[in-house]
Design a protein around this ligand. Structure first.
Ligand SMILES: Nc1ncnc2c1ncn2[C@@H]1O[C@H](COP(=O)(O)OP(=O)(O)OP(=O)(O)O)[C@@H](O)[C@H]1O
Length: 541
């Protein structure tokens, strides 16, 4: 866990300007702090000696005002940079995961922890810790420089004691590192377990096992709480240690100044200046220590996010980087070629597919096979979502893939339908596609029609309605290759017949490969291939 990782400036270019601005503002803050010390010392001397104290008073007020304005500026720059950085990192993480084949994506718990809490944890890091770090590097140099001119002996005391602060901070920081990591692990576990429980809640309730899960979630939360308390303890200890060290150092300066004032070997103004300037050298470093603990999660998250992004290829936007583009093309637009493909899931030696070959041209090709034989895996490979361990996939053009559980975004029905089209279809086209899949009357009967909001992942629709909505989306897309995974699953007989007609219609001008268990769909297919444990066999019509 490094206080600052230069990779962050490469991975989040939106941070470069704020960091440059913060460096300039930190230098100005240093100048204002030194100016304030000079003005205060002058004011005291003027008051004591009966000089022009009003003029020094104006300087003091001016320096205070400048410090306040600069502090507000730091807060503003930090706050706006933090929002831009966290959303930028989140966007890049998602683009990376969408562009990568399924095998090289992190598991869902890690992905959600990184993209949600991880990216958010970067906000205090960018908004508070980075400004403190920049000030911690710039201001002490200016303060010591001014002190050298005013009182070299005090400057020597500061130069000798100042390095102890970062040294102590680094030693305590090493302790924090393990605690913060274990806190993140506990958080990932908690997020993953909680997600699993929520998904499986209906099953758990029906088997009477829900109560047990409350205990398990409680135990994982307790682990997270213990790790958090440990981190906080170290943070408080660190702040106190740095505070004590800085106070002792300033006290040494004050004692040497006091002795020299008593002996008359130093003027009152120089003595006051030395006592006022010395803390200016320590406080920025103390603040770095305090903010580092507040932003320790952010530093760990930055490290994890940058490591994750380091595996990224150049992918300007998520959709364009999806698999099929990268795959070799076959001459005809509406065709798919699978040549000797083999596939084993990550972490498993077992080949789900072994030397499978398939050629599909314009028209409807259905793939059948017993449950679990690898049909969906084959479609994932053709869609480019997974990378074959052997052989290759050739594609005629962009692919539109309707999975068994199609994704519907949290938005309106119109947005869900327009998701798969490069040029957004008109409302009339949306209605026509809905009519063709038999959903026109249902959507027209909804209070907001096409504008009706769907919940996350199509919440509010039945499984069959979701499948038909996804099929309407396939109709609206211009992709010459359409892959369908069990398009007639979850449908009653009349709806299945409607979907069969739509699939046939799709197959008139495109290459449609449909995985199915439905004999009715097999009957209307142009080609039928049957996947057995290790191979695909053409079935005569
Ligand atoms: N994420 C995964 N990790 C490991 N193994 C998997 C994973 N997904 C599927 N499998 C295994 O791969 C094999 C093929 O699964 P696949 O979903 O492709 O079968 P399928 O023929 O489509 O089945 P169905 O007709 O029931 O949908 C199965 O034996 C399954 O256990």
């Amino acid at each position: 866990m490094r206080p600052f990782d230069p990779r962050l400036l490469r991975a989040a270019p939106e941070l470069r300007r704020p960091v440059a601005a913060l460096t300039v503002v930190a230098a100005l803050q240093g100048v204002a702090a030194i100016g304030l010390a000079f003005a205060l010392a002058r004011l005291v001397v003027d008051v004591v000696s009966g000089g022009d104290w009003q003029r020094s008073g104006v300087w003091v007020v001016g320096a205070f005002a400048a410090r306040a304005v600069l502090a507000a500026l730091v807060d503003r720059v930090g706050a706006s940079a933090s929002h831009r950085v966290s959303s930028g990192l989140r966007r890049r993480l998602l683009a990376r995961w969408l562009a990568a084949p399924a095998e090289s994506r992190p598991d869902p718990e890690r992905a959600s922890t990184l993209a949600v809490q991880g990216a958010s944890a970067v906000e205090p890091y960018a908004a508070r810790f980075l400004p403190a770090l920049v000030a911690g590097v710039v201001v002490p140099f200016l303060a010591v420089g001014a002190l050298v001119l005013v009182d070299p002996l005090s400057a020597l005391v500061v130069v000798l004691t100042l390095p102890l602060l970062p040294l102590f901070a680094a030693l305590i920081g090493r302790e924090t590192e393990d605690d913060t990591r274990s806190r993140w692990r506990a958080l990932e576990q908690l997020a993953g377990h909680f997600g699993d429980v929520m998904r499986g809640l209906p099953t758990l309730v029906s088997y009477g096992r829900a109560r047990r899960q409350v205990e398990v979630v409680g135990a994982v939360s307790a682990q997270h709480r213990t790790a958090t308390m440990r981190t906080l303890r170290v943070a408080f200890l660190s702040s106190s240690a740095l505070e004590l060290l800085a106070s002792i150092s300033v006290a040494i300066v004050a004692v040497t100044v006091g002795l020299r004032l008593t002996h008359g070997s130093m003027t009152l103004e120089a003595g006051l200046l030395a006592i006022l300037l010395a803390p200016e050298a320590y406080w920025p470093i103390r603040r770095v220590g305090a903010e580092f603990h507040a932003a320790a999660d952010g530093a760990t998250a930055v490290d994890a996010i940058l490591t994750e992004l380091a595996g990224a290829t150049d992918c300007p936007d998520a959709t364009s980087a999806l698999g099929p583009k990268a795959l070799p093309r076959v001459p005809s637009g509406q065709s798919v070629g699978v040549e000797g493909v083999g596939y084993a899931y990550p972490g498993s030696e077992r080949l789900v597919l072994d030397s499978v070959s398939l050629e599909a041209g314009p028209g409807l090709t259905v793939v059948t096979g017993t449950s679990g034989v690898g049909k969906s895996t084959l479609l994932d490979l053709v869609a480019g979502l997974r990378v074959p361990t052997a052989g290759r996939v050739l594609l005629g053009g962009p692919v539109h893939y309707v999975t068994q559980r199609p994704f519907l975004p949290d938005g309106s029905i119109a947005e869900a339908l327009r998701l798969g089209s490069a040029t957004p279809p008109s409302d009339a086209e949306l209605w026509s596609a809905l009519d063709r899949v038999g959903l026109g009357t249902f959507v027209a009967g909804l209070p907001d029609g096409l504008g009706t909001a769907l919940g996350d992942d199509g919440f509010g629709l039945s499984a069959g309605q979701r499948t038909r909505l996804a099929l309407a989306r396939a109709l609206l897309s211009a992709a010459p290759v359409v892959l369908l995974d069990e398009p007639t699953a979850h449908l009653d007989a009349p709806s299945a017949a409607t979907v069969r007609d739509v699939v046939r219609e799709l197959a008139r001008e495109r290459c449609v490969v449909a995985v199915t268990h439905s004999a009715d769909l097999v009957v209307v297919a142009d080609e039928h291939v049957h996947l057995t444990a290790a191979t695909l066999e053409a079935v005569p019509a």
